[in-house]
Design a protein. Structure first.
Lengths: 174, 420
């Protein structure tokens, strides 16, 4: 029993730095969502708000609300929505996908492409699957992968400064 | 020592010094002005570079992409004058850095410390989106610019460059300026050697003329000039001075040769002129007539009427003498009331005629004194005429003969002439 407790305690200590690293990455991720939007042009929409929707699990807690309260993107106040199913997404400008199923992600990507929505995810292979921005963190450093072809299909224009710092896929290849 | 140098060389030296000073001042101003404009221009170029980098760096800073930031800064390698470039994130940590291989390890700490100091001094300026900090000194220049994203500062870009290009341009200008100045100075000196004569020649001519006059005592010289400037005034002044001297000389000459009261030749001049007349008469074997005369009872005139009246009588008698003698005869006052007339080509008949004219003229002359008194005087005359014989007859002998005749005229009752 003592051994079990000792091992559990050891695991907690070892896990703590990882948890701290994960928090920092979440914060960066949350900030990056807004910053991505600054480098992207959408086709003209009649909405008077800039809508960011989170699809499926919310890994940010209240971080997005705190970060984007009273902020503006493209001179529009930001509205945050949280959806658990694709059907709940509705009209949105940016869609952050945390779906774990690749099929579900593919459906979401397809929906987004038809409706001119920016798709962002940290799932592996997201950009290759047609998602627009895939965000990875390696040792707390962001790696951005952009599927430029997917963006164009969605009717979105991505600014050169963002393309410059990202790995850009044209089609499904860099 | 400077006083002894010729005016020609003084002028050249002065022109040369003036030109050199003017060139020096203008060169200094030009070089300083160039330093200022080159500094501004160099900083402007650095600002433009920093603007471009910060624009491109925004995305890298926004997404904390150190790799992209380093890649962007690495492109600065293309410019060998960029020594250092640093991108700091909003917390002040370096996101990316570029360090030139040519950056001296000894100088680097000073650059960093200087830039850091400037950043701290100008923290307020760096909080504005259009704010910046710049620094330039002899060794390096730097521009620091904040990078903003959506109105918030997300980082700081620092670019440090050397000043070699600027100093190279200034060195080039200094050399060019020096060469131009030397060339200009040489040209000016050459021109001044040529042109100084415009000023010195009139002066040297005047000096030569003055020296000539001083040596020859020829005050009748007139210095001619076709100039229309101040030298003309100088020449005119010199000529006027010579004219004054001539007039004074003539006056002195007149004073030396004429009797002040009557204007007739004085004794000394009379003897000189008579010498000439005798010599010519001897040469031409012509007679010379000599008349010695004096005013009868002149002492009584002075005693009775005073010396002023006496002087008036002498003057009146002189007028009669001049009117009675011919133009080429010598009329002189020998002293007191004694006069001499020498008739050129004076035969006895001619000399007697002149003597009679004088006697009658004086006798008939009414002399009015200053107080209204009326006076008449007479003269006694001794006449002698002969062809001067070389060696035997001389002036004294002729005058003595005439004088003896005058004495006989006095003895005979005055107011008459007697022929020797």
């Amino acid at each position: 029993m003592r051994m079990v407790l000792w091992v559990l305690g050891l695991l907690c200590c070892v896990q703590a730095p990882w948890a701290w690293a994960g928090d920092e990455e979440r914060k960066l991720e949350a900030v990056f969502i807004g910053r991505f939007a600054s480098y992207i042009e959408w086709p003209a929409k009649p909405r008077d708000r800039f809508v960011i929707t989170l699809l499926d699990d919310n890994p940010f807690g209240s971080l997005l609300d705190d970060l984007y309260r009273d902020k503006r993107i493209h001179n529009k106040p930001i509205e945050l929505r949280y959806a658990t199913r694709l059907e709940q997404v509705g009209e949105t400008d940016a869609l952050f996908i945390t779906l774990t199923s690749s099929a579900a992600r593919a459906a979401a990507i397809d929906y987004a492409q038809r409706n001119g929505i920016l798709t962002i995810s940290e799932a592996k292979g997201f950009a290759e699957s047609g998602g627009i921005i895939q965000l990875d963190f390696i040792e707390q450093k962001a790696r951005i992968k952009i599927n430029h072809g997917a963006a164009l299909k969605s009717g979105l224009r991505i600014g050169a400064p963002l393309l410059t710092i990202a790995t850009v896929l044209r089609g499904d290849k860099p | 020592m400077f006083d002894r140098i010729s005016i020609r060389y003084k002028l050249i030296v002065l022109l040369g010094l003036s030109a050199a000073l003017a060139l020096l001042i203008s060169s200094a101003i030009t070089i300083y002005s160039t330093y200022l404009s080159e500094s501004r221009s160099s900083l402007r170029v650095l600002h433009q570079l920093t603007d471009v980098i910060s624009e491109n760096m925004r995305a890298a800073l926004a997404f904390a992409d150190a790799g992209s930031a380093n890649t962007m800064l690495a492109s600065l390698r293309a410019d060998p004058h960029i020594l250092l470039a640093v991108v700091n994130d909003e917390s002040g940590r370096a996101l990316a850095e570029y360090r030139s291989a040519g950056l001296s390890t000894a100088a680097e700490p000073r650059f960093r410390a200087e830039v850091q100091g400037r950043i701290l001094e100008s923290a307020e300026a760096l909080r504005r989106e259009d704010g910046f900090v710049e620094h330039i000194d002899n060794d390096f220049m730097a521009v620091v610019r904040p990078v903003f994203f959506d109105g918030k500062p997300i980082g700081l870009l620092v670019v440090v460059s050397d000043t070699q290009l600027m100093w190279a341009k200034i060195r080039e200008l200094v050399l060019l300026q020096a060469a131009t100045s030397v060339l200009t100075l040489v040209l000016l000196l050459f021109l001044s050697v040529k042109l100084q004569s415009l000023f010195t020649r009139p002066i040297m001519n005047l000096v030569a003329a003055m020296q000539d006059v001083a040596r020859t005592k020829n005050y009748r010289a007139v210095l001619g000039s076709d100039r229309r400037d101040e030298f003309r005034n100088l020449y005119d002044g010199f000529n006027a001075m010579l004219a004054d001297i001539r007039e004074r000389d003539d006056q002195l000459s007149r004073l030396a040769t004429t009797d002040a009261l009557t204007g007739l030749a004085n004794r000394r001049n009379a003897l000189d002129v008579m010498q000439t007349m005798v010599a010519r008469a001897q040469r031409k074997d012509e007679p010379l007539g000599v008349i010695m005369l004096d005013i009868d009872s002149f002492k009584n005139v002075n005693d009775r009427f005073g010396h002023p009246m006496g002087d008036l009588v002498l003057q009146e008698v002189s007028l009669v003498l001049q009117a009675s003698a011919r133009d080429y005869d010598l009329v002189a006052r020998l002293g007191g009331e004694e006069f001499l007339v020498v008739c050129d080509c004076g035969t006895q008949e001619v000399t007697i005629a002149v003597a009679e004219r004088i006697r009658a003229g004086v006798e008939g002359r009414q002399i009015s004194g200053p107080a209204g008194e009326a006076l008449q005087v007479t003269v006694s005359l001794g006449v002698y005429s002969a062809v001067p014989r070389a060696g035997a007859e001389d002036i004294e002998e002729m005058i003595r003969a005439a004088d003896k005749a005058l004495y006989r005229a006095k003895e005979a009752g005055r107011n008459r002439y007697v022929v020797a």
